[in-house]
Design a protein around this ligand. Structure first.
Ligand code: AMP
Ligand code: MG
Length: 397
């Protein structure tokens, strides 16, 4: 089996991820989390007109020399267009209101003295202050969103700011999941001796939901080759990508590989990392296959580092490289490993702390963690040393 580094394995997976081609137009209101498939170009300037950034007085600064009093000639609330500013006067103006023609500056009301319909500037700002210029956010014709952008709340806000009501997006990626293991039982069922509850289903479904995938859940599959082949065939017939948990080790109770060999083709790499087993991927018909380890922590970490970027690329989305932060270690790590380790950690009080148990079966470590501490193979760490920290908020962004 080929041994690959984490980065090599990611690169190979991404190179093989065929982006969806089908697109459609949907209402922007329904587009949260979807992936944009066509550039969004603005037909307007944002803001459309020069406007006031403050509640205050619009004027020409040269009219205010030596504390001159200026008559307040008009009042312009947001949403209303004033008259051209007459020389030697000021306009009462509110945040967001277009500045009247002839204005060069807005003075905030806190810097003005007002008396009997007149205003006097007490503290003059620089010429041009407090005016938001037309087009300072977006120019006419500017491309504001590009294909591959995932539609976050902020991007949907940008789309709305240029007046978009419909957006062209990729169709949703269909992901079939099933869970192997004679020992796993669904919550709600009695727990017979020797059994454990299926936690991977809850975690994986949540991760896929957050990505905006359409989930086809084929449930649990016993550790038998025939059953595994049957469910894999059904999964591949329905979905773009099939993801499973467990059954990919080398024991005789592990049938996923054999099922995959029977129905399609399989690639297996040993990724030099911990936690994580071999990374199993392959193809059945036109569907991609990714096999996650059964251990809940391993499944989660392998999903974050490999499956997720693969799915994003498949969805047509731009995939960001891993962006570790360098932070001081709040722990000693005295056992240099043969593989790169991704430890469950938390950034607190300016340093990375570790969960007391780093066993790949301890899922509470991930519920506690807000990031993974990424330690090179062979490294030892003393408290205070710089370590790489991958926030879960980035890994799941
Ligand atoms: P496997 O990869 O099938 O050898 O499973 C490795 C470990 O993960 C075993 O201890 C399994 O019991 C456990 N495991 C497998 N699937 C699940 C699951 N869906 N939920 C919780 N633990 C699981
Ligand atoms: Mg198993």
């Amino acid at each position: 089996m080929t041994t690959l580094s984490v980065d090599e394995a990611r690169a190979r997976l991404l190179a093989g991820a065929r982006p969806l081609t089908e697109t459609g137009t949907i209402q922007a209101d329904q587009a949260l989390g979807r992936v944009l498939a066509a550039p969004l170009t603005s037909g307007i300037a944002v803001p459309p007109l020069d406007n006031s950034a403050m509640d205050g007085y619009a004027l020409r600064l040269s009219d205010c020399a030596e504390g001159r009093w200026l008559p307040v000639s008009q009042r312009i609330p947001a949403g209303h267009i004033g008259q051209p500013l007459q020389a030697g006067t000021a306009a009462r103006i509110f945040t967001g209101a277009p500045v009247p023609e002839g204005t060069d500056t807005v003075v905030m009301q806190e810097d003005c003295e007002v008396d009997d319909g007149r205003v006097r500037v007490q503290r003059a700002p620089k010429t041009g202050a407090n005016i938001r210029r037309a087009g300072e956010d977006i120019r006419v014709g500017q491309t504001v969103l590009t294909p591959g952008d995932r539609l976050t709340p902020a991007r949907l806000g940008v789309a709305a700011s240029v007046g978009a009501t419909d957006l062209t997006v990729y169709r949703r990626l269909k992901v079939a999941v099933f869970f192997t293991g004679d020992e796993i039982v669904m919550p709600g069922q009695p727990l017979a001796p020797g059994r454990i509850y299926n936690s991977n289903r809850a975690t994986l479904r949540g991760l896929l939901d957050q990505l905006g995938c359409e989930i086809v859940d084929l449930g649990q599959v016993p550790d038998r080759l025939g059953a595994t082949v049957a469910v894999l065939e059904r999964a591949a017939a329905q979905a773009d990508v099939v993801i499973t948990s467990g059954g990919v080790s080398v024991g005789e109770e592990d049938h996923v590989k054999a099922a995959l060999e029977r129905l399609g083709r399989i690639d297996m790499w040993q990724v030099a990392m911990k936690p994580g087993k071999p990374l199993v991927h392959g193809r059945v018909g036109d569907s991609d296959f990714l096999g996650l380890p059964g251990n809940p922590v391993s499944a989660f970490v392998v999903f974050c580092l490999f499956a997720r970027p693969f799915l994003l690329a498949r969805m047509g989305a731009a995939v960001a490289p891993l962006k570790p932060y360098t932070v001081p270690a709040g722990f000693d790590w005295g056992k240099p490993g043969k593989r790169r380790e991704f430890l469950r950690g938390r950034f607190e009080a300016g340093q990375a702390a570790l969960y007391p148990s780093q066993s790949s079966g301890v899922l509470t470590s991930l519920a506690w963690a807000d990031g993974l501490v990424d330690i090179e193979a062979g490294a030892t760490v003393r408290a205070g040393d710089p370590v790489r920290f991958l926030p879960l908020s980035e890994l799941l962004a």
